[in-house]
Design a protein around this ligand. Structure first.
Ligand code: VGL
Ligand code: ZN
Length: 207
C-alpha cells in the first residue's frame, strides 16, 4: 500500500497566516492533483495549547527566532500559531480533504514541540501514525506539505527510521528558510538518510 501523508497544510502556515511559509499556498493544487494516485491519504495537524512553550510570548524577554532550552531540548521560539480550535489551525479550505482517512494532531503538550507527525521532539509521545500505517499494510510513504525545513523534514526522517520506503515530493512542499539555505540543507539531510526526493510529475515512474 502507498500512502500520501499531508503535513500541516493549515491556515497559519500559508501567506497571511501567523507563521507564514513563503508560497505555502502554491503547493495546494499540486497536492489536490496527486491525491487520486494513492491508496491511503492521511494528514497531520499542528495543534497547540495557547500557552505552548514553543511560542516566544510564553517566555519573558524572548524574541521570535531565539533558541531556548525547553526541558533539555533546544527550542526555536515561534510566533503564536495553530492554537487548538482557532481558524489558523484549520486546514486550508482549498485543500481537498475528502480523501483524508485520519488526522494526527501533534504539539498538544505545551512542554515539548513536535515537528514530526510520528513522535514529539523528545521521542516520548507517539501520535499513533506509525501503527496506523502498519495496520493498513503501508510500505511506501509519500510526504508533502509544510514546512520543508521543520515538520516535513522530521516526519520524513521518522518515516524512514520506521522502515517505510520514504519519498518527499519537492514541488508539493515549501519551507520557512529562517536561515539562508535551510530548505536546501533539509533536502541534503533527507537524501543522505536514504529518502527519495522527487517531483510530482515523476510520481508514476516510481510506482
Ligand atoms: C512547524 C514550526 C512550528 C511546521 C510547526 O509545521 O513545520 N514549524 N510548528
Ligand atoms: Zn507548531
Amino acid at each position: 500500500m502507498r500512502a500520501l501523508l499531508i503535513v500541516d497544510v493549515q491556515n497559519d502556515f500559508i501567506p497571511g497566516g501567523a507563521l507564514e511559509v513563503p508560497e505555502g499556498d502554491q503547493i495546494i493544487p499540486v497536492i489536490n492533483s496527486i491525491i487520486p494516485k494513492f491508496d491511503l491519504v492521511v494528514a497531520s495537524q499542528d495543534w497547540h495549547p495557547a500557552d505552548h512553550k514553543s511560542f516566544a510570548i510564553s517566555h519573558s524577554d524572548r524574541d521570535i527566532g531565539e533558541i531556548v532550552d525547553l526541558n533539555g531540548l533546544p527550542q526555536i521560539l515561534w510566533p503564536v500559531h495553530c492554537v487548538e480550535g482557532s481558524n489558523g489551525a484549520e486546514f486550508v479550505d482549498a485543500l481537498d480533504q475528502s480523501s483524508i482517512k485520519k488526522v494526527f494532531k501533534k504539539g498538544t503538550d505545551k512542554e515539548v514541540d513536535s515537528y514530526s507527525s510520528f513522535y514529539d521532539n523528545d521521542k516520548r509521545h507517539d501520535t499513533g501514525l506509525n501503527q496506523y500505517l502498519k495496520d493498513n499494510n503501508v510500505e511506501e510513504v509519500f510526504i508533502v506539505g509544510l514546512a520543508t525545513d521543520y515538520c516535513v523534514k522530521y516526519t520524513a526522517l521518522d518515516a524512514k527510521s520506521s522502515d517505510f520506503k520514504t519519498y518527499v515530493i519537492e514541488d508539493a512542499t515549501r519551507g520557512v528558510n529562517l536561515r539562508e539555505n535551510d530548505v536546501e540543507n533539509a533536502f541534503t539531510d533527507l537524501r543522505v538518510s536514504g529518502i527519495k526526493v522527487i517531483q510530482s510529475t515523476a510520481l508514476e515512474s516510481v510506482f
